[in-house]
Design a protein around this ligand. Structure first.
Ligand code: 5GP
Ligand code: ZN
Length: 137
């Protein structure tokens, strides 16, 4: 299951070369060409899913297990001080390549990167309204 015009389909299939850290039948893990930090990598499923909403449950579970394994390996080998997992869906959330991928971002003390947001200050009523909106209860 792949999409002809998708660059990550081609990379995952090995048709476009990449610096591969791990590969199995279902996934390839590659170094990001525009890394936030040393070792910034991406988990790519070999099948094409646009985003989290299209990713089957069984693949999603495997992505998390693989992320955990890669994070442990990178912490041991790269001696990073921390680790971010990040996964963007749709332009509004910063997605630029529309083939599901999970960012693996090793963090180093004083790496100068900021991956974050400006915290809001919702009151209890606002939080309760959102809780009801999401749960329908
Ligand atoms: P997004 O913004 O969609 O969550 O992340 C896309 C990521 O893919 C970016 O971090 C970008 O640097 C990386 N990227 C885009 N094109 C390529 C490519 O051809 N090869 C590799 N290795 N990374 C890419
Ligand atoms: Zn694809």
């Amino acid at each position: 299951m792949r999409e002809e015009s998708c660059i990550f389909c081609k990379i995952a299939a090995g048709e476009i070369p990449s610096k591969t850290l791990y590969e199995d039948e279902e996934f390839r893990v590659i170094l990001d060409l525009g890394p936030a930090t040393k070792g910034h990598a991406l988990i790519l499923p070999k099948d094409h899913y646009r985003d989290l909403f299209e990713l089957p449950d069984e693949k999603a579970a495997k992505v998390m297990v693989l992320a955990k394994k890669m994070a442990a390996q990178m912490r041991e080998k790269l001696h990073c001080d921390g680790f971010n997992l990040m996964q963007n869906n749709e332009e509004a959330a910063g997605q630029t390549v529309f083939h599901f991928h999970m960012h693996l971002i090793p963090r180093y003390n004083d790496d100068g990167q900021t991956i974050g947001w400006k915290p809001g200050k919702p009151g209890d009523a606002e939080l309760e309204e959102i809780r009801k909106e999401v749960t329908g209860k």
